[in-house]
Design a protein around this ligand. Structure first.
Ligand code: MTE
Ligand code: MO
Length: 376
């Protein structure tokens, strides 16, 4: 069993698959804390968790115009330490809803393949500068990352980000060795992982082994043949993988975490129900508004943004937690709650999954719709 050395996991994580391990917490747990506790931060592994021996661990860095470098964890820790708070989300978050339109390929995630944590480590921009990267002369267009986890054919997990993001001090890309103030756990990438805030989780490579500057994107399967969106009528047979853009910055999303689907919900004395959830957008774009309705959009109510970061637009990497009391009609026993968020570029979530459906079930950011039963 290639998974025999996998770590043990918290029972609060509900697995959608065990080998490789993929799991998310219950939505109501997710929004209890602005900073998601590590124990129930979702886990998305494609392969067995590698066993890392620190005594022979070093990150290799190479590419044109820089000094080839090998860095141990100890050497990394001697560089200036930066801490950011950033949300990481899987491109497959909320895939189970898209699959209701038509079956898609992938794990059927609920709305909790997302979490917000603090990440500490070295800034990639500072490291690259230190080893001689010069933006005015360097021809690299991408920074490729490789993990220590291997496919049965011995290909490492990998992904890449645009060079502009990597070398921008305000891009805040971190080679993180701590999550929520503690060394990374094995599931989250011990000893070092990439955190590319505002970018899809798939590029936040765990168990980091190698960094390569290149004119090309990462050659890894997950960069070239996965994590891309397509038009709704494109099929597995007609998909032009080489022509489609790899997902990098994620679009605006939100989800209702309380109540859950089909819950029996107590109606407040003022004929409202209390609704709570999260909202987030990629690219460092803060959430400026969340609208919620209980009657198909005849009446939208603005949610209160109860927990958010005061980071500037462009560097706003954390999610926003929101709460609202939504009026419900006295005669109804069942309603469907809808939520949609708006980011600082006034991007808004699409209304339905039908028109954003895609073969891989990625970018599942249509209005979140939660049918509930009312109890008076
Ligand atoms: N890095 C490696 N080496 N192997 C992986 O399977 N999964 C990626 C990314 N980094 C992955 C990886 C995906 S798809 C996501 S969504 C995030 O890690 C999940 O990070 P988490 O498990 O810490 O939540
Ligand atoms: Mo992912």
């Amino acid at each position: 069993d290639p998974y025999h050395a996998d770590p043990s996991r918290d029972p609060e994580l509900v697995p959608s698959n065990k080998k490789p391990f993929n799991a998310e917490p219950l939505p109501e747990r997710l929004i209890e804390n602005y900073i998601t506790p590590t124990e129930y931060f979702y886990v998305r592994n494609h392969l067995p968790v590698p066993v890392v021996d620190l005594s022979n661990y070093a990150i290799e860095i190479e590419g044109p115009g820089i000094k080839s470098t090998s860095l141990t964890l100890e050497e990394l820790k001697k560089m200036p330490k930066h801490t950011i708070t950033a949300t990481v989300m899987c491109a497959g978050n909320r895939r189970s809803e898209m699959s209701q339109v038509k079956e898609v390929k992938g794990l059927y995630w609920g709305p909790s393949a997302i979490g917000n944590a603090t990440w500490s480590g070295v800034k990639l921009s500072e490291l690259l500068e230190k080893i001689g990267f010069d933006e005015s002369t360097n021809e690299a267009l991408h920074v490729q990352f490789e993990g220590l986890d291997l496919t049965p054919e011995s290909n490492p997990y990998g992904g890449s980000i645009p060079i502009e993001k990597a070398v921008d001090p305000k891009g805040d890309v971190i080679l993180a060795y701590e999550m929520n103030g503690k060394p990374l756990t094995r599931d989250h990438g011990y000893p070092v992982r990439v955190i590319a805030p505002g970018i899809v989780g798939a590029r936040c490579v765990k168990w980091l082994n190698r960094i390569v500057l290149s004119k090309e994107e990462s050659p890894a399967f997950w960069q070239r043949r996965d994590y891309k969106g397509f038009s709704p009528n494109v099929t597995a047979e007609t998909a032009k993988w080489d022509e489609a853009a790899a997902i990098e910055e994620l679009p605006v999303i939100s989800a209702i975490c309380v109540p859950s689907k089909h819950d029996h919900v107590h109606v407040n004395d003022d004929s409202t129900v209390t609704v709570r959830g999260y909202a987030w957008s990629g690219g460092g774009r803060p959430i400026i508004r969340v609208d919620v309705t209980s009657d198909g959009g005849n009446r939208w109510v603005e949610a209160e943004l109860v927990e958010k970061s005061d980071a500037r637009p462009g560097r706003h990497w954390s999610w926003t937690l929101w709460e609202v009391k939504v009026p419900v009609t006295a005669s109804q026993n069942q309603v469907e709650l809808w939520a949609k968020a708006v980011d600082s570029s006034y991007n808004v979530q699409p209304e339905s999954f039908k028109h954003i459906w895609n073969i891989r079930g990625v970018l599942n950011n249509a209005y979140h719709r939660v049918p509930i039963n009312l109890v008076r």
